[in-house]
Structure formats: C-alpha cells, structure tokens
Design a protein around this ligand. Structure first.
Ligand SMILES: [Zn+2]
Length: 282
C-alpha cells in the first residue's frame, strides 16, 4: 500500500475537479471476487478444465472456438455470465457513483470490463463506454444481421469439472444459428460494436464540452491489454493511477498509488468526506 502522501495528493486533485474520467480494467473487479486471468497460469487456476484441454485464454476467447466446439466455448462464457450475474459489485463502485452524482459536470466511465458492474452499481448506460462489449448482450455468431439482444433469458448450466455447457446452446432469433456473447474477442472481426456507439458519441461530446484539463482516475488497468491505460493517458490533464503492481507512471502530472482499487477508493473517500465535514459553513 502506498504512503498517505500520495493518497492525500490524489484526494486534493479529486476535490478540485468537477469532471472525472474513470478508467477501469480487470483489476477493478478483483475486489468483488472476480478472476482477472493474469497470464496463462492465472487463467488456468480459474479454469483448470481448460488447462487439461490445453486451451489458453486466447484459444477459448475467439469466434473460432465457438465454431470448433460451441459447448466448450459456452462452458467458459456461460460460467462467467452466471458468475458476473450473481456477484455484487464491491463498495468502491458505490463510492465512485456517489462522487459522480455530486459533480455537476458528471463523470464518465471507460472500461474494458464486460461484467456490467458499473451499470449494476447505478451508473447510467449512456455514461459507460464498454470498449470490449458486454457479456449481458448476445449476437449472431454468423452475423446474419447486426441485431443484439439481452442475454437475460439464457440461463446456462455448466459442468464445473469439464467446463462444458450442459443446457441447450443459445440461438440467434433471426436465423436459428448459434449465438455468441457481444464481446470483442481475440482474432475477432465479427464483433458488432453498435452498443458502444451511443456511449462513444456521449464520450466525445463530454470531452469536448469543457476546455478544462481532465482528471483521470485509472483503476486496475494492466499493461497486457493496454487500451484502457492509453485512453486515460491520452486524455489526462492529471492522472491518478491505482494498481497493486503496475502503478508507476512516467508523467510528471500523474500520481501512482500502489494498492487494490477498493482499499484505495475507501481511503480517498474517507479523505473527501473528512474535508467536506471540515469545510467552513459561512
Ligand atoms: Zn443469425
């Protein structure tokens, strides 16, 4: 955990900004109890049945995997869908939502996470840009159309030992072919990005709406899939990076805090609440 000095500086920045870009990677979900698939060994610890089959994350997370062995690919994604549905987003999400609600210029979320937990914690759909899509939406594997539909009625039953789908495969309502999650996978030119277009437009308009430098709060975004880090670095007037391992930054206008998302958000919230309570009333 970082020294208090960095947390105090970050709290000072947050106190002084009325526009906050929140960027989040897989590390944000770890404190809710979700796996973050760190490296092949980390992935296999979460899914030992796939290790037995010699399948790495990039082998199973691809449209080809759904064509080769849909019951296996849906075993993996069906397990994740159920896990994300039943997992409560940790308290850090509510802290962020409360900060966002207090700021007149709003906050915006940019995340590679597909779990839908920002929306589950109360962020409006239009204020969350999910750059890798969402597990809570489905599309046709063969892209017979650009139709997307919620995965709500699909209740996958997965054999935990073999990581294979036992229940019937979800089907495209238009052509009857196999459905897949509306998630950007590896080697995936068939992902339908339409759901991200509205938040993307909102994001651009929000960025353009104020000339003031933006404060970016980056949570649990690693270097292995760097999209989230790059977006934050590109737009940041000031960058606050929270990460238990890869917290260093080169920029002089940034603060790197070594720590898990939840514990640091709680510390920052404590600072902000204390300062609010101590504000002069006149
Ligand atoms: Zn179809």
């Amino acid at each position: 955990m970082s020294t208090n000095r960095e947390v105090l500086r970050a709290a000072e920045w947050l106190r002084g900004t009325n526009r906050l870009l929140i960027t989040a990677g897989a590390g944000m979900g770890v404190d809710s109890g979700l796996p973050d698939f760190r490296g092949t060994q980390g992935f296999w610890r979460a899914y030992p049945a796939l290790q037995a089959s010699g399948l790495r994350f990039e082998d199973i997370a691809s449209p080809d995997a759904f064509r080769r062995d849909p019951a296996q690919a849906w075993g993996f994604y069906g397990h994740r869908l159920e896990l994300y549905r039943r997992t409560q987003p940790h308290r850090g999400y509510r802290i962020l939502r409360d900060w966002a609600a207090k700021r007149p210029g709003r906050a915006f979320v940019f995340t590679s996470n597909v779990d839908g937990h920002f929306q589950a914690a109360g962020f409006p759909e239009s204020d969350v840009m999910e750059c890798h899509g969402s597990i809570h939406w489905l599309q046709c594997l063969d892209v017979c159309s650009t139709r997307l539909w919620p995965s709500g009625s699909f209740a996958p039953q997965v054999d935990p030992h073999s990581c294979r789908l036992l229940s019937p495969l979800p089907r495209c309502p238009s052509c009857g072919g196999i459905a897949r999650p509306n998630i950007l996978m590896f080697n995936d030119s068939e992902w339908i990005e339409d759901r991200t277009l509205l938040p993307e437009r909102q994001f651009s308009a929000w960025l353009a709406s104020s000339p003031h430098p933006l404060t970016v709060l980056e949570l649990g975004a690693g270097r292995s899939i760097p999209t989230v880090r790059r977006v934050g670095e590109y737009h940041a007037g000031r960058l606050i990076r929270i990460n238990p391992r890869e917290f260093q930054l080169e920029s002089a206008t940034g603060i790197g805090i070594a720590g898990a998302a939840l514990e640091v958000l709680e510390l920052l919230d404590e600072q902000l609440c204390n300062s609010a309570a101590g504000d002069p009333q006149t």
